[in-house]
Write a protein of this length. Structure first.
Length: 265
């Protein structure tokens, strides 16, 4: 009887070894965590999961780690994409930040050093400003319009400080946190007459002591985050354009991924 049980155990062991590893047995590696809005999600491409800047950047980051040709030495870089089209700084705090904190806590506080969240990329705040623009500025650049955008600056700035500050505290000093600024898409779409005003909103000028991109840069510096500067990066051909006044196309997202790669590499 004992011999039969031993033989059965051996057979079961061989059978289990021969089964393909399931998702629960997949190796855990370092993590690239992506947060943000529709630009981070990749809206504007037919396959955001393949052609958006987050997906392109993740492939390039893996390729950089594998450039010596030794595939066995490549880290298993995981992508955790929490981006949500339409997200604002307020909704990111409610919907994305708790999951990000949970993931970082699990990975960066266990006994392993090879499965930490090592990269966090963020694009957020554009909808805060664009929503205020749509609500108060389409009839003209009035005092009410400027006030609405200034109020959006104040809300977005406070939220950005909370987002980046929280991520830095939870992730610790070694995690690379990169937040992108925004380029001006208005010249490529039906809102082209507002292109100059869009530049003022983003980079400052008459009516704005600082631009929204300046606000991002200041808060990033205060929280130990790095900045991927997108302003002036894209040409008219890099935007979806037409009725879409927010999103890059495939070439635009590739350019954005290149800027982020330069920062991280």
């Amino acid at each position: 009887m004992r011999r039969s049980l031993t033989l059965l155990a051996v057979c079961l062991g061989l059978l289990i070894q021969g089964l393909p590893a399931g998702a629960d047995n997949a190796p855990e590696g370092p993590v690239h965590l992506a947060l943000g809005d529709s630009q981070a999600f990749g809206v504007g491409t037919p396959r955001p999961d393949r052609l958006g800047y987050v997906a392109v950047l993740n492939r390039w980051l893996t390729a950089v780690d594998c450039r010596d040709g030794n595939q066995s030495a490549c880290p298993h870089l995981e992508l955790e994409d929490l981006t949500v089209p339409g997200a604002t700084t307020t909704s990111l705090i409610t919907d994305q930040l708790p999951a990000a904190i949970q993931l970082i806590g699990q990975r960066n506080n266990d006994l392993r050093a090879d499965n930490d969240v090592i990269y966090i990329t963020i694009t957020i705040g554009g909808n805060d400003i664009f929503n205020a623009f749509q609500a108060k500025c389409l009839s003209g650049v009035t005092d009410e319009c400027v006030l609405a955008i200034t109020d959006a600056f104040e809300t977005a700035g406070a939220n950005l400080a909370q987002i980046l500050g929280t991520l830095r505290v939870v992730a610790g000093p070694d995690t690379r946190i990169v937040i992108s600024t925004y380029d001006n898409p208005l010249g490529a779409c039906v809102l082209a007459p507002f292109e100059t005003f869009g530049d003022l909103v983003l980079e400052g000028g008459p009516g704005f002591s600082i631009g929204f991109n300046d606000l991002i840069r200041l808060i990033a510096a205060a929280t130990g985050a790095e900045v991927a500067d997108m302003y002036g990066l894209l040409t008219v051909d890099d935007w979806v354009g037409g009725q879409d006044c927010l999103h890059p196309d495939i070439s635009g997202y590739h350019k954005m991924a290149g800027v982020l790669l330069d920062v991280l590499d």
